[in-house]
Ligand binder design. Structure first.
Ligand code: PBG
Length: 332
């Protein structure tokens, strides 16, 4: 046997991999149920579970039923859930004013969950797309441009509305400018000093959001795309500028979205800044794993756990994933 590596056989990298106990001992990263945030879709009615065709295994739940989901999540050790409303069609308008209604679907769901399952965190998106008749995240002018500054007032109102209902983490998700600082100031001025802000700091104009838009019924309404506000998938430096801004405006944590195609961004943010980073493994990523498992291209549980662990390895504090409950039960 010829050996040109001077350290072999003294050094064998396989030695620590040779048994289960040793692999466990040497594992550099771990996935825990409390690393997970579970996104849930809420819809009108009572005792309703409505499957979403493009998101197999994920449903919309009525307010009464979503409380049960929150309880299951809490019992599985999940730290936090994220709520998204499927606003009924006749409550959508060009200005998305339903976002300000203290009795809208979101607020009713938040209150119901806080009443019955007070010990789980609730994260809420701040953006207008589930409320607008055109499916864009902000107000739109005569030329179809999505307005930046004019949209802020309603987002502040939406944030205060959600915080008053009991939201724990406000997540401005429209990728427009100047949101975090103004929302932080409004929360402080209104007695919500312990309500956190998780900034969707680097959110890309991605092809992976399709099933989510089905879930909140905005896909059919949306004309055009979101490229004038969400980021260009070609860009990485720009993500660092976005994160720096959100930190300077008072974000408690930042998010990178989608997840797996942007692990390089997560790593770059972690290397540059000292702030907790979350990944959103989005609907299209979930659907991709389910599609692979359905045709036998991979084993579902293993695919789920490997992808979630990858986020931890990249440096994430936590992960939003539609697989959260399933994963939490697998690792419990
Ligand atoms: C809306 C929002 C989107 C997602 C989360 N918040 C869709 C979009 O930006 O069009 C996508 C999440 C997913 O695909 O799972 N502001």
């Amino acid at each position: 046997m010829s050996n040109h590596n001077a350290s072999f056989p003294a050094l064998r990298m396989r030695r620590t991999r040779a048994s289960g106990w040793s692999r466990a001992l040497f594992a550099e990263n771990h996935l825990r149920p409390s690393d997970l945030i579970w996104p849930l879709f809420v819809t009108e009615g009572s005792n309703i579970e409505e499957p979403i065709a493009s998101l197999p295994g994920v449903s919309r739940w009525s307010v009464d039923a979503i409380v049960g989901c929150a309880r299951q999540a809490r019992d599985a050790g999940i730290a936090c859930i994220a709520l998204f409303p499927n606003t009924q069609a006749d409550r959508r308008s060009d200005d998305g004013r339903e976002a300000l209604n203290p009795d809208n679907l979101m607020c009713r769901a938040i209150r119901a969950i806080k009443d019955s399952v007070p010990d789980i965190g609730i994260l809420t998106d701040v953006a207008l797309d589930p409320y607008t008749a055109h499916g864009q995240d902000g107000l739109v002018d005569g030329e179809g441009y999505i307005l930046n500054d004019e949209t802020i007032d309603i987002l502040v109102g939406q944030s205060l509305n959600q915080a008053a209902a009991g939201a724990d983490i406000i997540a401005p998700s429209d990728m427009m400018d100047g949101r975090v600082g103004i929302i932080r100031a409004a929360l402080e001025a209104n007695g919500h000093q312990n309500v956190q802000i998780m900034a969707y700091a680097a959110k890309y104009a991605s092809a992976f959001y399709g099933p989510f838009r089905d879930a909140v019924s905005s896909r059919g309404l949306l004309k055009g795309d979101k490229k004038t506000y969400q980021m260009d998938p070609a860009n990485a430096e720009e993500a660092l500028r976005e994160v720096a801004l959100d930190i300077s405006e008072g974000a408690d944590s930042v998010m990178v979205k989608p997840g797996l195609p942007y692990l390089d961004i997560i790593r770059a943010v972690k290397e540059r800044f000292t702030i907790p980073v979350f990944a959103y493994q989005v609907s299209g990523e979930y659907a991709m794993i389910e599609a692979a498992a359905a045709v036998g291209a991979g084993e579902r549980d293993a695919l789920v756990l490997e992808t979630l662990l990858a986020f931890k390895r990249a440096g994430c504090t936590g992960i939003l994933s539609y697989h959260a409950l399933h994963a939490a039960r697998l690792i419990a």
